[in-house]
Design a protein around this ligand. Structure first.
Ligand SMILES: [Zn+2]
Ligand SMILES: [Zn+2]
Length: 271
């Protein structure tokens, strides 16, 4: 596969928090030279009915994806994915959901930690509160990595998005959590799933992507080989952001390829 750029994690209006149409996202991707684009709408499993939005828009989504695949054929490899929130909490529901659908890629995410604590709306008064969240977060990501129906473990830096008030002075490095990240990186490597380097921090307060050098090196030492890059954009203009910066970092850490998934099978792209 000839690669100019790829983005394995994006959203449109068919996610409850998406702000663009499928066509707008594809047009922006094509214009920016993103040659592989996975659209991965949210399907969050929780008792508050997080999957309802997905179901309500599923038929429309299917049609929009079909039209876009036709319109952008030859310019864009369009992949249909899904971002499952908390797959480790309800593996049976997830398995059933996936068994009835053909996705190219399944992202496994944690947006809520047990017991249904929304990472985004929790208050973090001090560093200790952040530490507690991150420790639990990495532990739950280990469980996601061990879900056999997940292809990619996403945004390990997710809680940092809402911790600016604690980390701005300290910097957004996850280094203080190294001992808690190691088991997670090992679980991802051992399961053979891919580790996502999320670049959304570049357009947030962190102003950088999540691919810290020491994380990539620890992952490699743990036997990790598969890496995806995802902007996690919810708007058309954010597609593909950070791809080249992550590739440079990966090459520097001894990775020579990226992973994309098509029909749930990994394909490698040399960088
Ligand atoms: Zn997410
Ligand atoms: Zn997302």
């Amino acid at each position: 596969m000839i690669l100019r750029s790829c983005d394995m994690h994006t959203h449109t209006e068919f996610s409850f928090d998406g702000r663009c149409t499928v066509d707008e996202l594809c047009a922006s991707a094509a214009e920016k030279g993103v040659s592989v684009l996975a659209i991965t709408e949210h399907f969050d499993i929780d008792s508050r009915g997080g999957g309802d939005y997905y179901f309500r828009h599923e038929a429309q989504r299917k049609e929009a994806m079909r039209l876009a695949a036709e319109k952008y054929a030859g310019r864009l490899t369009l992949l249909c994915g899904v971002e499952i929130g908390q797959p480790h909490i309800c593996p049976e529901i997830t398995r059933e959901f996936l068994s009835e659908r053909d996705f190219d890629v399944v992202l496994g995410s944690v947006h809520d930690v047990r017991p249904e604590i929304d990472v985004y709306s929790t208050r973090y008064p001090d560093l200790r509160a952040c530490d507690n969240m991150f420790e639990q977060y990495f532990s739950e990501l280990c469980e996601v990595a061990r879900c056999s129906f997940v292809d990619v473990v996403t945004h390990y830096d997710y809680p940092m998005r809402v911790m600016e008030h604690v980390f701005r002075e300290r910097g957004c490095s996850l280094r203080r959590y190294r001992e808690h990240m190691l088991p997670m990186l090992k679980a991802v490597a051992d399961s053979g799933v891919a580790l996502e380097i999320n670049t959304s921090g570049m357009r947030r307060w962190q102003r950088t992507h999540a691919g810290e050098e020491w994380i990539l090196e620890d992952y490699k030492r743990a036997g990790g080989e598969r890496v995806t890059v995802g902007s996690d954009t919810h708007k058309a203009d954010g597609v593909g952001v950070g791809f080249h910066e992550v590739c440079a970092m990966l090459r520097g850490c001894g990775f020579d390829r990226l992973t994309v998934y098509r029909r749930r099978k990994p394909e490698y792209i040399f960088i």
